[in-house]
Design a protein around this ligand. Sequence first.
Ligand code: GLU
Length: 493
Amino acid sequence: MTQEVIVRFPPSPTGYLHIGGARTAIFNWLFAKKTGGKLILRIEDTDAERSTEESIKGIIKSLKWLGITWDEGPYFQSHFIKEHQAAAHKLLETGHAYKCFCTKETLDKKRKEALKKKGSLQYDGTCRDLKPEEISEKEAAGIPCTIRLKVPREEGSVYFEDIVYGFIEKKYKDIEDFVIVRSNGQPLYILSNTVDDIRDRITHVIRGQDGLGNTPKQILLYKALGAPIPKFAHMSLTLDPKKAKISKRTHGELVAVHFYRDHGFLPWALINFLVRLGWSTPDSRDIFTKEELIETFSLEGINRANSVFNVNKNDPKFFTDPKALSINSHYIRNLPVEEIVPYVKAELEKAGIWDPEFESGKRDWFLATVDLIRSRYHVTTEFATLGRAYFSDDYPIEKKALKKNILKHEGLKDWFSILADRLESVKIFSADEAEKVIRDIAEELDIKAGVLINGIRAAVTGQTVGPGLFDILIAIGQKRVVESLRKAVLLFD
Ligand code: GLU
């Protein structure tokens, strides 16, 4: 029987979930789904000073919004500190670790001297071979001690086959006897993380490439604790266009998952985009449904090269990677309209223009209108901004629309009135009927129909572009079209 796959996503709750963390979570989740395995959520909150309750809530909220589900947890690393300490004591008993009584001052002094002589900065092993009496003596004298792992001192190396990076090797002589428990009894993160992975029976550690430096030491810990060693897959990093690592510190909110939620991203579109950062199929396909992605995903498909994420702080419209926007607009355009309605509703609510009738009496109209206008939008917030006129009588007319499509043609002042009167008297207000009225008027007045069409579009939607005008008129409705045209006359005053 093949072993069940168990993976974990272990965020440190020191801030919001950013796109790099989300990408790690997504890869673990996809791998679990693909293999029929389990995903465990573990909150690595042992850094009490930097971990916050607010951040834990925020991370969980963002994962839920993305639709990433986990099978176990959240577990909290801080609940297992005794277990981490017990593991260290087991290592002492089995001779894989030792107590180190060197003070910080001594170590600092030795390091300074080594620096001067350009010698090794590694711990020199002073306490590695203390005799039991020496240890008892120091303990009796109340000298505090750390616990260090005994790294083999023979020739040789730690090595493993990383699923992404291939064969990785580190010589024993390049690893110092590292501290696993501080002198105040607090386990170091590297120990806690390993002990938790052992307890949770993690089979695959899928994490950022920045974890690669810890892996040889962790393998030594697995061996010393007599535990099976999981497989490792380190993922390439995501960099900004200047090749700086994407981080909360450098990019602020712009890389937070909630920023994308608040700026009109559909969760699946964000997942689809993030997966494509550093993972690809041979045909470089961009769009995947959830089922397709689970089917196609493989750890081997993760690229070694770092990926570039074009965050753009200075452009309020294209605030993020153009590819992210294009994937989002693909989903806005192509998902069954019912699936995007909840997101449109949320935007209209936020803008204060939601009408409960949109999901009862006016439901068919609402669905048809969302369907009509969605093809040009990149983010769902645009339903409430560019699309505001469809849902509210109180909408602005864009500067460009006002200048180019309305005020530039003085005649429109009268023509809008004529149009309003004639459209008002239409008995059955259909797209064909409205078109006929508008074209007839253009002919009667001997002006280009385009001037009327563009003028009406600007007046009733506030925009220079949009769907075909006659469809717009039906969506907005006879009464509101007539009112808007009469209001537009006043723009010339
Ligand atoms: N808590 C670590 C982090 O947030 C996870 C490291 C790991 O996956 O082993 O970076």
